[in-house]
Design a protein around this ligand. Structure first.
Ligand SMILES: NC(=O)c1ccc[n+]([C@@H]2O[C@H](COP(=O)([O-])OP(=O)(O)OC[C@H]3O[C@@H](n4cnc5c(N)ncnc54)[C@H](OP(=O)(O)O)[C@@H]3O)[C@@H](O)[C@H]2O)c1
Length: 279
């Protein structure tokens, strides 16, 4: 059985490949960059151009799918036509909750989930909350200034280690019993961003400062980071953060249930990634 991993150069995809290889699976990868440095055969393909998957899908039984709305319908129906039996999709917790409204984060993942359902291939949806890897965004400032500027540092998050998302993906790809499941995946703890910075400090062996942004600075930061241009979008972000301060983040126990061991903590993630935070 050959398994195709898309988004293979990404944080989750790389870990899916490593863990599939450890389990002895036959794996191939796609990237838009045919020279991508990966431990398996790489086919050049772009999810926005489904026809570019003609050769990569030849003889493939299962797919780990990166969520890319443009081309999602075309990819899913080509996969079905090529004989793919099961797609394990990297989706998002936002797809599980109508409270995310018509935000981009919800609509992009619902769009790809719907495309996979429409194609008539068996599926498993992975719906993670915030990735621990989001904090790699702080690495530049931590390395350069020894501190990080944060909007609403006391907001709580439920960060999940990319290797745990990948481990659930690998179970779903290799074991029976996961078809039709939509797994909402979080890390094991609700912690504040300020605590995350402190745990990175513990991993690298030095104290890292947190500088709290003013509301005006936070708005400018979100505009830059997420490309928000309207006051309405920025007001929405502000309200969401203000409401979340001091409120525990929602947690699920799905990682532990599927894997039969606890999900990795943020402290473990920071230790695994300490090299990213050392100049
Ligand atoms: N960050 C979060 O908190 C969070 C939470 C829930 C869900 N998610 C989902 O997880 C995704 C990020 O996953 P990640 O961290 O593993 O990825 P990543 O490290 O950000 O890497 C991005 C990957 O996307 C691939 N990609 C982008 N556009 C593509 C296209 N048109 N065709 C084929 N591949 C394409 C890239 O492949 P190439 O090799 O071709 O460049 C690369 O492998 C987000 O985009 C979101 O959908 C994120």
């Amino acid at each position: 059985m050959t398994i195709l991993v898309t988004g293979a150069t990404g944080n989750v995809g790389r870990s899916v490949i490593t863990q599939l290889l450890s389990a002895g699976a036959s794996v191939r990868a796609t990237s838009r960059n045919p020279q991508a440095d990966l431990p398996v055969e790489v086919y050049a393909a772009d999810l926005a151009k489904p026809e570019s998957f003609e050769s990569a899908l030849e003889g493939v039984e299962k797919v780990f799918l990166f969520p890319n709305p443009p081309g999602a319908d075309g990819f899913a129906s080509l996969a079905k036509a090529k004989g793919v039996k099961h797609i394990v999709l990297l989706s998002s917790q936002a797809a599980a909750h109508e409270s995310y409204g018509d935000s981009v984060i919800r609509t992009r993942h619902v769009t790809v989930e719907d495309a996979v359902k429409r194609a008539g291939v068996d599926w498993t949806f992975l719906r993670p909350g915030a990735f621990a890897t989001n904090t790699l965004y702080w690495a530049g400032a931590i390395k350069k200034e020894g501190s990080v500027r944060l909007p609403f540092a006391d907001t709580n998050v439920n960060p999940i280690h990319e290797a745990d998302i990948a481990a659930v993906a690998v179970k779903a790809l290799l074991e029976d019993g996961h078809i039709g499941a939509a797994y909402e995946l979080t890390g094991p703890e609700s912690i504040s961003q300020r605590e995350q910075v402190s745990l990175i400090g513990a991993a690298v062996g030095r104290e890292i400062g947190v500088v709290d942004m003013t509301v005006a600075e936070a708005r400018a930061h979100w505009a830059k980071q997420f490309g928000f241009t309207s006051d309405e979008a920025l007001d929405g972000m502000l309200k969401m953060h203000q409401a979340a301060v001091g409120k525990p983040a929602d947690l699920t126990t799905v990682v532990a249930e599927v894997l039969g061991r606890p999900a990795r903590t943020y402290a473990e993630w920071a230790t695994d990634h300490k090299a990213d935070f050392i100049a």
